[in-house]
Write a protein that binds this ligand. Sequence first.
Ligand code: ATP
Length: 343
Amino acid sequence: MTGAPHSGSPSVSHSAVIEVVDLTKVYRGRTQPANDHISLSVERGQFLGVFGPNGAGKTTLVKQLVGLLRPTSGAIFLDGRDVVADPGSIPLKVGYYGQKVAALRHHTAREVLVFTGCLRGLSVAEARSQAGQVMDRFGVGSHADRRLSRQSGGEQRLAVLLSTFIGMPEILVLDEPTNELDPARRREFWDFLREYVRARGATVVLTTHNLTEAEDVIDTVALIDQGRLVANDTLGALKRLADDRIRLELRLRPGIDQGIEQALQTMEGSVHVQRGRWTILAPRERVDQLMRFLIESIGGEGIDDFRLVTPSLEDLYLQLTANTLPQQAELRIDRVDHAQADH
Ligand SMILES: Nc1ncnc2c1ncn2[C@@H]1O[C@H](COP(=O)(O)OP(=O)(O)OP(=O)(O)O)[C@@H](O)[C@H]1O
């Protein structure tokens, strides 16, 4: 991806809780920067989603935000304080969840939560009370007093993830928080996070590959590709920039596809077929006509399943990272049959 990032606001703001200024990180022994001149800001109460392909530089960025990695050049300010020169206040202000839990394996879930609370200035009684509440909510109760090393991967991560919230820090930096959580706990986590942010007025920076779930909570997007910030704006602004066509997803009963394929070619808009699933992108004003056409030519009984959706964060992501992920860049192509292209 080339060119300046799309941004609707100045990249650095003086009212920001987090300011990243021209940040570059080159790991020892590497020539390619993992973060390449990144500047962005996060306002108080804002929820920033940081996205990008594997190896794009997301973890490198968030580790520098919380003082765990030293920038090669550039600066980071938390509430106006230079993170590199003055790292002392970070643990009090920031709840950080990283991807590794190894160091805590010999402690129980409850200990991890209570220790964290005490480090953030709570009394033992208050830390115990907050730990009990959050563990009850996530059903940790039965294994709260077992060492993490004797718990499953998901249970270990959940305990460490929940410790992020103890002491109610005003800034959260969460690196892939829902990895390894089962679907019910993932849903519970997003609900909990939304409530926390509302109640605390918290500022959040979150990385995830789960764009569909993140879309419901984020305000702004930072898209990183090969170390560079390629897009930074509100979710709405970026989606409008990407595509404002409506997407019709359709699954037809076997044998129907052949009959309508030719007819669909005559329609305006993009058609994408993936192993029996049709995706049709149409301008908003043509959706009525498209639906009528499908019902008339196929009949309701020929349609197994369908949904009409506006472009998602995932569509936006695939479009903006199209240069890195060429096989997924179907949005602007008029007709691609992935079932054939895959072979
Ligand atoms: N300790 C390290 N030493 C050298 N290179 C590293 C180190 N950690 C990460 N890298 C490299 O820096 C780049 C960015 O890595 P980073 O972990 O920040 O990516 P990411 O966007 O978080 O990826 P993922 O989505 O896979 O977690 C990658 O090329 C990675 O191989």
